[in-house]
Design a protein around this ligand. Structure first.
Ligand code: DP6
Length: 322
């Protein structure tokens, strides 16, 4: 059997998924709207494993705990069995690597699980519809439901799978600057962070309620390709997510001094008439949505912020390649 290789991009939420409906597997309590980060890539290769062994997954050559990936692998394997694929029962070996820091709040779980699902789908020569692949990817990580599609996506509150909104070329002048303030692994993963927020933050319910309005308005802004409208909505989404999280007990706080430095630099850039709308996820990195025109100035200013270790620049899009 020839190995298969798939490339996917992390899904950057402009409007955040933060909180799950209890009792489901990564069913979001808030709708999210996202774009793929075209120039950041996860590359995943599936090949035949040791016939007398078990499935094995490696990220950057590091063996991963089997249980973490087993439900996703088994979901696809059962489709392979039902189609009578002769290699369905041969263990798989999965090798994955990221062109960006892993588990540091740059959504590596979104591109990672999406790539795993797409690669196994190709390996077992399945013919599942995209929404079914999104549904399986979601059981690995909620944001991965979005990453199986490129372009602009929506993952509605309460839904089992995400949907494509617009193709990768819908808004070609957009650029994302990722200010890396710490490339180490984050102290608390998004899974535990959002669950702690749900169960202990007094601001969790208002966050979930308000997210409905934000999603509706942001969807219109994306439809109109209006960054001046979308920017403030993005800011409300991530800051309200942060607000509810730091009110959890114990607090869920990902920010570093350099994160605040970047947020202030974005404010300065906007006062100078440039488009620089920041967002943050479950980590200290800051992602800034800007335009091709303003990119050089935004990049130069962010590089000056004390504590910024690296800057990654990406177009939006991020279609999977098989
Ligand atoms: C802040 O998808 O990593 O990046 O479903 O538990 O795997 P699990 O969580 P995950 O959470 C992503 C949270 C976020 C916002 C977002 O991507 O929408």
């Amino acid at each position: 059997m020839k190995p298969v290789t798939v490339r996917t991009s992390p899904s950057l939420a402009l409007i955040k998924y933060w909180g799950k409906i209890p009792g489901g597997t990564n069913i979001p309590a808030t709708s999210s709207l996202a774009v793929g980060l075209h120039d950041l890539r996860t590359t995943t290769r599936v090949s035949a494993g040791d016939p007398s062994g078990t499935d094995e997954v490696f990220i950057a050559d590091e063996p991963q705990p089997a249980g973490h990936f087993a439900p996703v692998i088994e979901a696809l394997r059962s489709h392979a069995r039902s189609l009578g694929r002769t290699h369905a029962d041969i263990p798989v070996r999965v090798d994955s690597e990221n062109s960006f820091p892993t588990a540091a709040g740059i959504a590596s779980s979104s591109s990672g699980f999406a790539a795993l699902v797409l690669a196994l789908h190709a390996w077992w020569d399945l013919d599942l519809p995209m929404h079914e692949l999104s549904r399986i990817a979601r059981t690995g990580s909620g944001s991965a439901a979005r990453s199986v599609y490129g372009g602009f996506t929506r993952f509605a509150a309460g839904a089992e799978f995400a949907e494509p909104l617009y193709a990768a070329d819908w808004w070609p002048e957009l650029r994302v600057v990722v200010a890396v303030t710490d490339s180490g692994r984050k102290s608390i993963g998004s899974r535990d962070g959002m669950e702690r927020t749900r169960t202990t933050s007094p601001f969790y319910e208002p966050w979930v309620e308000d997210a409905v309005r934000l999603t509706r308005l942001a969807e219109d802004a994306i439809a109109q390709r209006s960054l001046v409208t979308l920017g403030p909505l993005m800011r409300e989404s991530y800051l309200r997510m942060v607000g509810t999280s730091i009110a959890a007990s114990p607090p869920v706080l990902y920010w570093l001094p350099a994160s605040v430095g970047v947020i202030r630099a974005c404010d300065e850039l906007r006062h100078a008439g440039l488009e620089a709308w920041e967002t943050m996820d479950a980590g200290p990195q800051v992602k800034i949505l800007t335009t091709m025109r303003d990119l050089p100035q935004v990049q130069a200013r962010i590089a000056e912020v004390h504590g910024v270790q690296d800057i990654l620049v990406s177009r939006v899009g991020g279609d999977a390649e098989t």
